[in-house]
Design a protein around this ligand. Structure first.
Ligand code: ATP
Ligand code: MN
Length: 466
């Protein structure tokens, strides 16, 4: 294996004159007069290490071996670092020995130097990680994932693994994948003819979780501050560039916390993550800025440095009504804010990140805390330029009687939520939390246009390969 100090990232930081062994996959090869230049990458950094094979080494290797050094081949080279006379890099490795571990025949290797569409690259997800674009995407995803844990761990939050199989539909919103061990060819039936789930594995219908929030609340009311960071599943058949059937979500939950505290954590969290990406992913961001979206770094800086504006939903609607625009979706108090409204608010009306609070209860989930006006709930959505909503959260209803009447209002059954309601009977306290979709955040950090290209192996309607 490659040890710290031996990654190409480290070799590129070393001094001329040092001997090093580099291992990786060939990006490209160029042949000059009696000399061969190979760009080698091991995924540790955006830049390739330039390998120089001079005439003496090349003839020692022989034509048969030399011919195997093509794009995609796995190569190990030992040599001495020298200052590079060429432009584009400061150091290069003068090869003394070279071994081709695994050739990649040029006639069939599916990943050539340029010109591939994102759609084509999705079809070769077993190889696309070796490309410049996906190398940069997955390094940023890695940095963000680590930063998420650092943020919460540094603040004393407990990391909780909430279940992936659940019997409760978090928001009653539908879009659930069923989980069953029944024989679909011979389903057991009740006398009324319905599927008899009492004979299924769990003795009742079960699903893949759409959120870990309800269970995270249990942990907040025992560990004070907790967070989940795991996969969630939605069977929504929306073939959009922003929806996956399987995606990762971060959901902190804080006891002794009201909506103001929730907003403060959300702002601090988002800014922490964006600052971390700006600091640690400079080369990868250069690439995204140059090749994918020229505004990406500026927006990240803007959001990382600007204090967020706070608006109530009612104030937001007033701003939209004053806007004098032809909205695709009408602006009415009581309606959901659409992306066009959200982007107008943050990009034009206020020109900074916004947290919108106190939404009409009809458009938000049953567990959000009812305000004294009886019409609005303590919800908050964080809106940022270029995409609109990036975080959704709320203070939770901690009063048992109000929660029960909200369940009824929303037409939800009481029984599956018995434990969620009982949490409010014993040691209840004000608490709040929010959810951030990891892939939406990575799209934001990279400027990538399709969510399928920021998760290693996307699951979408009709597609679950690799
Ligand atoms: P949208 O309106 O975009 O479908 P939502 O209102 O359904 O989002 P929530 O239920 O609040 O989203 O989920 C929390 C977060 O999870 C969202 O802010 C978003 O970042 C992310 N998210 C939701 N659905 C998906 C999905 N299908 N694929 C990827 N991320 C998602
Ligand atoms: Mn949705």
């Amino acid at each position: 294996m490659i040890r710290p100090g031996e990654y190409i990232r480290d070799i590129l930081q070393s001094a001329a004159g040092e001997r090093h062994t580099a291992r990786g996959w060939v990006k490209t090869r160029r042949d000059g007069k009696g000399v061969h230049f190979v760009q080698l990458n091991d995924g540790s950094v955006f830049r390739d290490l330039q390998i120089v094979l001079d005439h003496e080494v090349a003839s020692r290797l022989g034509k048969a071996v030399l011919d195997l050094i093509t794009t995609g081949a796995c190569l190990e080279v030992t040599g001495v670092l020298v200052d590079s006379p060429g432009s584009g890099q400061s150091l290069e490795l003068r090869a003394e020995e070279a071994t081709v571990h695994g050739p990649a025949p040029a006639a069939t290797y599916p990943l050539q130097k340029k010109g591939h569409t994102m759609e084509y690259l999705r079809e070769i997800a077993h190889l696309r990680s070796r490309s410049n674009t996906f190398g940069a995407v997955f390094r940023i995803r890695n940095v963000v994932s680590y930063a998420i844990h650092r943020f919460f761990q540094e603040r004393g939050f407990l990391y909780v693994h909430t279940p992936i199989i659940t019997a409760s539909d978090c928001e009653g919103a539908g879009a659930l994948f069923g989980v069953t061990a029944l024989d679909l060819q011979a389903l057991p039936r009740t006398t009324e003819g319905a599927v008899d789930f009492s004979q299924d594995f769990f003795g009742k219908p079960a699903f893949l979780a759409v959120s870990g929030q309800l269970e995270a609340e249990i942990f907040a009311l025992a560990f004070s501050n907790a967070y989940t960071f795991g996969p969630t599943f939605r069977a929504e058949n929306s073939n959009t560039p922003r929806h996956l059937a399987e995606f990762w979500m971060i959901e902190p939950e804080m006891a002794f916390c009201d909506l103001a505290g929730d907003m403060a954590v959300a702002e601090e969290f988002l800014q922490f993550l964006l600052r971390d990406v700006l600091e640690r992913c400079d080369e990868d961001l250069d690439f995204f800025e140059k090749r994918i979206d020229p505004t990406v770094r500026d927006t990240l800086r803007h959001v990382a440095e600007t204090p967020f504006e706070h608006l109530t939903y009612t104030e937001a609607i007033a701003l939209l009504e004053q806007a004098d625009r032809d909205w695709e979706y009408p602006v009415v108090w009581g309606g959901d804010l659409q992306a066009e409204h959200e982007r107008y608010l943050t990009e034009e009306a206020v020109q900074r990140p916004i947290i919108v609070t106190d939404y009409p209860r009809e458009i938000k989930a049953f567990y959000m805390r009812m305000n004294d006006d009886g019409r609005t709930v303590r919800a908050m959505d964080v809106l940022v330029p270029r995409i609109g909503e990036i975080i959704g959260g709320s203070q939770r209803e901690e009063r048992a009687d109000v929660l029960l009447s909200r369940l009824k209002d929303c037409g939800l059954p009481e029984e599956p939520y018995w434990w969620y309601r009982e949490l409010r009977e014993y040691g209840s306290v004000a608490h709040a939390g929010f959810g951030l979709g990891l892939e939406r955040l990575i799209m934001y950090c990279t400027g990538m246009k399709n969510i399928r290209d920021v998760i290693p192996f996307p699951r979408t309607p009709g597609s679950a390969d690799f």
